[in-house]
Write a protein of this length. Structure first.
Lengths: 319, 319, 319, 319
């Protein structure tokens, strides 16, 4: 008996059939459309392809970038898909499978975190926090070996922890949210500020963005940092500092044994993680009198979210 | 079979024998000495008195103001009792009972929170956060109906959530901790700042402190606020604002269904809770698109910590 | 003997011939080109037109949006005209007049401030600060009745006073600058944050921007505020608060008798000035024990910068 | 014709007769009493002693730690002498001299700043800012070679520049004032925070304060820093950072050519000044595109305030 895991990303929808040991048996990938109905069609297309290879797919887990209600069926809103407002995604997909497949919807950061917990760097930990440093900053929390979703499905919104009173305006309407200081977006802003402040050190970054600071992208900063460029390393030092500060704030609430850092920005490895570890201890309450959590890069790879979704769905149905 | 709950407070040590339904059968109270050995003697004295009334006391729960290790036996350090540094309190007490009584030590804010959960305002909630607004700001977290202690016994240090970058110096050595803005101590500082800034409105507060702003105490501000004094209400409005902001930060991590607010400062009721509720919503991420936790005053009374300690010890021994 | 005042704005170049009493005798207006040479040609065109009407124009004052060196001849850089880097504007224009006209260049906020001082709301004050709340936040300082330019021509960069440690990223490369919190740009961001946080109150603003929050402009917020819209008034309340806080910071250094508030945003009058005045006193050091500066809206009108430039040039040449 | 300069300090009242070239001819020193009348008597005693040596003392300048009104005769309030509230100090002293001596009162930070300008590190500068890093943080501003007092005598209250929104509570009733982060008081708090956070590096500082962190004084931190103690150097690094940030904020308003740093804390020299210079440039607006002020230690010595008072009084009377 197999489970279909679906990951609705910003550019592609990926799907995989997994067995009970979270092993991928077969997988598909299509571009992401913008209309909810077209997204549904893509998912059903993958489902039908899967049925050609596997007799029965009684369960489907969907990873979606949006706030998912506590029922794990409805998306309350999404920054990516404008029409997903109180959208009953599980209902729609179940109808389209003639109710032959039970659907569980989960927030994408939660799925990625769960994937790391069962397959990756978080394996064997008890209380784990995953931070996904992508365009923004996503969070997932595992407590006593189970994904923690909160009372209303809104736990682990760690990118919106308030870090600076009266700070940077966030897209969520609040100010000083963690993701304004530690994310791919923040990396670009620290790099741009550095170019403006230290023009004499900006040669390489200006070269990479063709002389237009507004065209500067995170991956250019990553490339320059890996070449040893001072200004790019400064920008990573700053988001690393704030990553450490954010983890220290989380530790005051959760006191986990393990932090896993994922997302595209972490590809630079210790360039990000060293300042993060240093500042974690610097801002950790009672640092000299307590045991410290380990801070690890994610290892489960790009399919972690899809597999995590499948695994969570299977557990939900079996519970 | 009964359990002894002990609450080591700043001024008194209280003890009570509880039955399995958390009912108090008998209780004692003695002044708190300053030396660890004298504290131990006081506890044993209560234990011996209890044995005169009840055949068997196989379990004891101790609530202590300090950081308790994950083993729930050792105090790593305490702001109140200077010599409690890596102090094996459970070992010492068990020895003094000739190993006839099994001892479990728990942080005082955790005991108070657990008392509220089983007997008070938190009853029936699933994920609960208690904030104790006393001299400082204590925290306790209940997740899925169980006290959450974290991987190293340091969870729920909510008074040390960083709220202001580069903010007020805290006794813990960090800056901008929540308890610098919402606590009895903060209440006094907001009131003093108000007296300095608005001398024309300071008459009543100056009268209460005999004209010496350094002699101003939290209870004077509470009294003036209940009389309707504008400056005292301002000071409560400020710590209420920061209480709301702190809860909003906690909600980004935990997303609880219930906040319980206890501690001496909450005796003014809605004078504190109204600004707290208002600012909770004001600073809550996605406030318009989610369900909101209830914010309730504590109801379990002054014995909640002692009963909570007994109940937690009984559960630990039975587990 | 007359003086030509030139104001190089973002969209138009305006010029006026003034007599020694700062009275405008004749004036011209052309669109602003993007290349420095084309700008110079426009200025010379106005100069030649002026010579047709007036026998002699021995002096020209130019108001430019950029940092002007202490020599009052060279623009070190400008956020508007990219090629104005160490640009010898006065040299260029003097050459093009065959050295028949002496040119003085001055920062635009300084010219506007000086115009208010000699003709407008600042008249009769001794120590005056002008804040121009436009897209950004410009500043000018008059001390003992003379424009104060600092030792290196960089005084009165009041929009870049640091107000929030670790705050909002500013285009200048620093963080938490005053103009991030009080400016037309800030008004839009406060309004957008309000729409996001309080969607139930956003009807009017969404109507004005055609449902697209990114298309929201300051003038729409002004219109809604003047209609009494709650969300728009909230946004003005916030930039007014920060305007007050910024003035209080300036008062700790300069202690002026008069603040003049100009710029497009101040057209709403007391909607901006009331929260500014309230918060000025709220954040003013020793507010209860000192005299307070008056806070006035600008009155000299849109030609103040051009006239100010002419007057400053005449004084410089006569000095 | 000679002038008497008087410096009313926290522990002693010093007086000196100066000639027109600011040369000290004779001087006296007595302990500071607490009552205003007794202070007056001490001043008159010095005045009478001076008259025994010099025929005529027609002018007296008094340096006082308090806010002096724009009339330069009245103290509006003082943090040191509680009864100096709207106290007409010049009137009282002139009466006691039978109106034979004209008295001018000036704020102590202004007198020290003026002394540095005429005799010390500020000599030859045009626009100078002096910051006196003592228990608190005092300020003085010289503009175009003249002491700048503001419209109401409250200019240069630089210790109360707001540096951190929602920051540390200041004795003035505001929050986040510069002197909370850069002063002798701040040095002690940074050192105490360091001891708490890094107990493994606290040996030397704990030794100097006898193991009681509350007994730690600034001079102990200075001593340890000069010995090379890491924790003490950390504490100086922090107040140096904030000194640099404060100067950068001042430069956005005043753009001086010279900063002079005085006060007891500056005795450690570059231990303080190096981090101050580094962070000045780090936080200076448009640092890469402008000339930079020089940052110098004070050189005029402990009599600078007294001489400054005499010189200012002479100028006032001659004006």
């Amino acid at each position: 008996m197999y489970t279909l895991g679906i990951d609705i990303g910003g550019t592609k929808i990926a799907g995989a059939v997994c067995d009970e040991n979270d092993k991928i048996l077969s997988q598909w990938r299509v571009p992401t459309p913008t209309e909810p109905e077209d997204i549904n069609d893509c998912i059903i297309e993958i489902y039908n392809e899967a049925l050609k290879l596997h007799d029965e797919i009684p369960t489907m887990g969907i990873s979606a970038a949006g706030n998912v209600k506590a029922d794990r069926r409805t998306i309350s809103f999404s920054a990516n898909i404008a029409k997903w407002i109180d959208y009953p995604l599980a209902d729609r997909i179940e109808e389209l499978t003639d109710h032959k497949c039970k659907v569980v919807v989960e927030n994408d950061a939660n799925c990625a975190g769960w994937g790391e917990y069962i397959l990756g760097a978080g394996k064997g930990s008890r209380n784990m926090v995953m931070l996904t440093v992508g365009t923004g900053l996503g969070g997932a929390i595992v407590i006593n070996g189970e994904l923690y979703r909160g009372s209303f499905g809104m736990a682990a919104e760690l990118g919106h922890l308030p870090m600076v009173s009266d700070g940077d305006f966030c897209g969520c309407g609040l100010r000083g949210c963690a993701e304004r200081y530690t994310s791919g977006n923040a990396l670009e802003r620290f790099a741009r500020a550095g170019i403006r402040r230290m023009p004499q050190k900006a040669e390489r970054l200006l070269e990479l963005c063709g002389g237009d600071v507004h065209a500067l992208e995170g991956k250019m900063v990553s490339q320059a940092a890996q070449e040893g460029d001072e200004l790019a390393l400064y920008a990573f030092g700053k988001i690393g500092e704030w990553l450490g500060r954010t983890m220290a704030a989380i530790a005051a609430v959760i006191d986990p044994d393990t932090f896993v850092i994922g997302g595209g920005v972490v590809s630079v490895g210790d360039i990000l993680l060293e300042p993060a570890r240093y500042n974690y201890v610097r801002f950790l309450q009672a640092a000299a009198y307590r045991e410290h959590a380990q801070i690890l890069p994610a290892t489960a790879g790009g399919d972690a979210g899809m597999i995590g979704a499948a695994d969570l769905a299977l557990r939900a149905v079996n519970a």
